[in-house]
Design a protein around this ligand. Structure first.
Ligand code: C2O
Length: 535
């Protein structure tokens, strides 16, 4: 195994998109940021140097961080942020994972421009469980605001109202040839007829699940969230913020220029109407330099059946070499309602503001990191009484319940080492049913079931897939529905779980698990590195 060293200088840089220029926070002056390439079992050292006026922290999304929670990155959860002029070395090993993951800033909304890919190649000499592609290409999907993103969120926090929606989606940093600024062009993917390409898709957008489609081509899905799946063909990929998806693209045509489209999926009553499709071009050799001639129509933003079909096709590869280790015996059966609510707010225009919650708890960020409080036994930072079940009875089918008041708290749920968890995530639709891509740090979990309406604790578990459920780190909870996940708490530390729609995280749709140390020699959290940032 190797040690891979990177230096991330966080610097301001002018960027021009949608025909206007603004300074953005970047890593090494690049948007999207640099790609980390390593092999399974390699150790990665990233020295992050903060040259900007904002506090910074970087999260390695989907990297399990076995016993190395100090390198996980969410500000005030596993570390204090890296202050202006300071630096911190993230040091972690890529144990038992291969595929596509990504990294992003994990403090307020900085991740809008501070993100990049992590490519984990299999160990040397170990092939993919599918034919080796001719080339591999990272395709990062994201969003672009014309105004300063930190100003957008700070304004929303002050007023208590929803922040502005973005002005464009992007593919590898560009809104593309069909945007309001076509002269700026877009991402171009050159292909040779007869060859197969692996696209490493990443949804780095802040607030929208996306459909991804290429005109005239079907895509074969082979991996999600750095776990292999049973390959299947699809016209459209659904990818939620935080998720990654590897697809094979066969360049089966002789020639031509084909449109690539990334468009929002928002299975929500029209609160956020946002139909800005990002575009790019696949062009066969000899057709360089001109725009797509074969177009594609992306699914409409409410194309729930397209989304449901895609999700239902996902299965773990579950081969001899890559077995799906689904926990069969469950120690902790948890039920979390997730959704939006209302909180009083003295400084807000209407005396109240929209908040988000899990089991009626609107999570309040502490002022030192939970991991430090846990490791050094500092009292008064959190309470370990996060409710394992909803304290209020709701109708989960989308009707607004009588009580949608939430309570503020920095509450965590404690798990003994190696215990097993089943967690049902139920969208409550307290204000309106909404999509929620829930991300759990520190683990991969299995999605054993999903459905619409109320979870039925008698009937639904009988239909669970305990054989080859998809394994991932971020799951799209269906709007007005539920999903059930299982994982083994084999990673001691503090692990954040939150909606990966940044607006919902900001509003409080987040909580944390604490996994206590085990008794064995390799079952405890390692001590913090000496350069751990101070608050
Ligand atoms: Cu990709 Cu806690 O985030």
């Amino acid at each position: 195994c190797m040690v891979r060293e990177y230096k991330f200088n966080v610097v301001m840089k002018n960027a021009t998109r949608l025909c206007s220029t603004k300074p953005i926070v970047t890593v090494n002056g690049n948007f999207p940021g640099p790609t980390i390439v390593a092999r399974e079992d390699d150790t990665v050292l990233v020295k992050v140097v903060n040259h900007v006026k904002y506090n910074v922290s970087i999260h390695w999304h989907g990297v399990r961080q076995l016993r190395t929670g100090w390198a996980d990155g969410p500000a005030y959860i596993t570390q204090c942020p890296i202050q202006p002029g300071r630096n911190y070395i993230y040091n972690f090993t890529l144990t038992g994972q291969r595929g596509t993951l990504w990294w992003h800033a994990h403090i307020l909304w900085l991740r809008a421009t501070v993100h990049g890919a992590i490519v984990i190649l299999p160990k040397r000499g170990v092939p993919y469980p599918f034919p080796k592609p001719h080339k591999e290409v990272t395709v990062l999907l994201s969003e672009w605001w014309k105004s300063d993103v930190e100003a957008v969120i700070n304004e929303a926090l002050k007023s208590g109202s929803a922040p502005n929606v973005s002005d464009a989606h992007t593919i590898n940093g560009h809104p593309g040839p069909l945007s309001s600024c076509p002269s700026q062009g877009g991402f171009k993917l050159p292909v040779e007829s007869g060859k197969t390409y692996m696209l490493r898709l990443i949804n780095a957008a802040l607030n929208e699940e996306l459909f991804f489609k290429i005109a005239g081509h079907k895509l074969t899905v082979v991996e999600v969230d750095a776990a292999y799946v049973k390959p299947f063909k699809t016209e459209t990929v659904l990818i939620a913020p935080g998720q990654t998806t590897n697809v094979l693209l066969s360049a089966a045509h002789a020639t031509g220029k084909y449109l690539v489209a990334a468009s929002p999926f928002l299975d929500t009553p029209a609160i956020l109407v946002d139909n800005k499709t990002a575009t790019a071009t696949v062009h066969y050799s000899g057709t360089l330099g001109s725009t797509a001639t074969t177009l594609t129509v992306p699914p409409p933003r409410n194309a729930t059946p397209v989304a449901a079909n895609f999700t239902a096709s996902l299965r773990s590869l579950n081969s001899k070499k890559y077995p799906a280790r689904v926990p069969l015996k469950i120690d902790h059966s948890l039920f979390f309602t997730i959704g939006l609510g209302i909180n009083p707010c003295a400084t807000c225009v209407n005396g109240s503001r929209v908040v988000a919650d899990i089991n009626n708890v609107t999570f309040v960020m502490p002022t030192i990191s939970l991991l430090q409080a846990h490791f050094f036994k500092i009292g008064g930072v959190f309470t370990d009484d996060f409710p394992g079940n909803p304290p209020v009875t709701y109708n989960f089918t989308g009707t607004q319940p009588a009580n949608f008041q939430t309570n503020n708290g920095t509450r965590i749920y404690r798990l003994p080492y190696n215990s097993t968890v089943q967690l049902v995530l139920q969208d409550t639709g307290m204000i309106a049913p909404e999509n929620h891509p829930l991300h759990l740090h520190g683990f991969n979990f299995f999605e054993v079931g999903r459905g619409l309406g109320n979870f039925n604790s008698k009937k639904d578990p009988k239909k669970f897939n305990l054989v080859d459920p998809v394994e991932r780190n971020t799951i799209g909870v269906p709007s007005g529905g539920w999903t059930a996940i299982r994982f083994r708490a084999d990673n001691p530390g503090v692990w954040f779980m939150h909606c990966h729609l940044e607006v919902h995280t900001t509003w409080g749709l987040k909580m944390a698990f604490i996994v206590d140390n085990g008794k064995g020699p390799n079952e405890s959290l390692l001590p913090p590195p000496s350069d751990l940032p101070k608050c």
